[in-house]
Design a protein around this ligand. Sequence first.
Ligand code: NAP
Length: 397
Amino acid sequence: MKTIAVLGSTGSIGTNTLDVVRGNRHLYQVYSLVAGHNIEILTAQILEFRPKLAVVATAEGVNLLTASLEASGLPRAEWPQLGWGDKGYLDAVREPQVDTVISAIVGVAGLEATYEAVCLGKRVGLANKEVLVSGGSLVMEAVRRHGSELLPVDSEHNGAHQCLRAGNRDQVSKLILTASGGPFRKTPIRDLAFVTPAQALNHPTWKMGNRITIDCATLMNKGFEVIEACWLFDFAPSQVEVVVHPQSTVHAMIEYTDGSVLAQICATDMRMPIQYALTYPDRAEAPVPKIDWSKAREWEFMPPDFAKFPLLKVAYQCLETGGSATCTLNAADEIAVEAFLQGSVGYLSISEIVQETLSRVPCRTPRSVGDILEVDRESRACARELVKARAAGTVTA
Ligand SMILES: NC(=O)c1ccc[n+]([C@@H]2O[C@H](COP(=O)([O-])OP(=O)(O)OC[C@H]3O[C@@H](n4cnc5c(N)ncnc54)[C@H](OP(=O)(O)O)[C@@H]3O)[C@@H](O)[C@H]2O)c1
C-alpha cells in the first residue's frame, strides 16, 4: 500500500488525485493533505480520507478549519493534526511513512516541500511545473544525488515519459510537445487587445486552475512545459518542438534517430497521468474514458504562431540564458496573470510585463531554495511596479 501526501489537495490536480485514491482505496492511503484557503473542500476531504495531518496556508486558516471540523461533528479524537504555512508543508512530506508525494500546489509556494521530498528520496508525482521552471537545476541535481523518482504528472511530460520507455535515450532525436492552441488560436492578432478574462478562461479542451488556464491562452504554459521537459529529460531547447494540436488527444511524441515517431494518446483526463505516477512501472485500470475508434475523427497538427504568442519564444530565450531567468519568467507571469484576472491590465500587457521584468531583474545562478525564493520575490516586486504603472495609466498597453 502506498502512503501519500497531496500538496494542493483542494485544486484541480489535487481533487483528481483523490478521485484516483477513491477508486483504489486498497492501494493508497492518504497521510497528509495540504491546501491553501479552501476550508470547505478540505473539511470534506478530511471527513472522507481521514489523513493524519491537514495543512493550510495561514494560521487564520487553521482557526477556520478548527471551526469547520467542530461543525462537522467529527469527534476530536479522530481529527488530524493541523498545521499551516511552510513548516506545515514540510511536515506533510517529511513523515517517514509517506513514500509518495503529489506536488500540485500552484506556484513557487510548493517548491520547498517538493525539494524536501526529493532530498528525502521519495517518489514525487510532479504537477507543479513552477518547481522545475524556477528551480530546475537545483531540483534535478537533488534527484540525481538522492536517487528519488520524479514522475511527471503534466500530461505532455507524462506522455513523453511513456514514449521514452520504448527506446534507448541516446537514440532519441526530438521531443514534440502538443498544445491545444488555447481559446485565441483563431482570434486575429489585432483583436487580442480587447479579450476579457472570461474569454481567456474558456479553455477549449481542459478544465484546470485559473493561472494555468490563462497561461494556456498566452501559450506561456507551453513555454513552461518546454523548460520543464528540458530539465526532466535532459534535452537541449533545440530538441523540443511545440506543435499545435487542437484536439489535445496526442499529448507528446518522441522522434527517434531513424525518423520513427512514437506518440502517447489518451483522453483529456488528468486522472490517467496522476495514476501513472502512482503505479509506475505498472499500469492499472483508470477511471478514464477510452477512445472510441469505431467513430471517425480528425486530428490536426500545425506550427505555433510565435508572433501572436510571443511568450513561447521568450521561454526558449530564457532557457538559453540559463541561471535565474526562468525563475523571473515564472514570477513575472504569475503577477501579470493575476493583474489581468483582476482587470487591472489588458491581455497584451501580460507579455509586456513579463518581458520588461526580464530586462530589469539581473540574472544570476541560484544555489539554494532560498536563492530561488529571493529571485522570485525580487521579480514579483518588479512586475508589481510595472502592473501599478499600467493600472495608473502611466503606460499604455
Ligand atoms: N490542472 C491541470 O490539469 C494541470 C495540468 C498540468 C499541470 N498542472 C500544474 O499543477 C499545479 C496545480 O494546478 P491546478 O490546476 O490544480 O491549480 P488549482 O486548481 O488552482 O489548485 C492549486 C492548489 O494549490 C493550493 N495553493 C495555492 N496557493 C497555496 C499556498 N500558498 N499554500 C498552499 N497551497 C496553496 C490551492 O489551495 P486552495 O484552493 O485551498 O487555496 C489548490 O489546492 C500548477 O502548477 C499547474 O501548472 C495542472
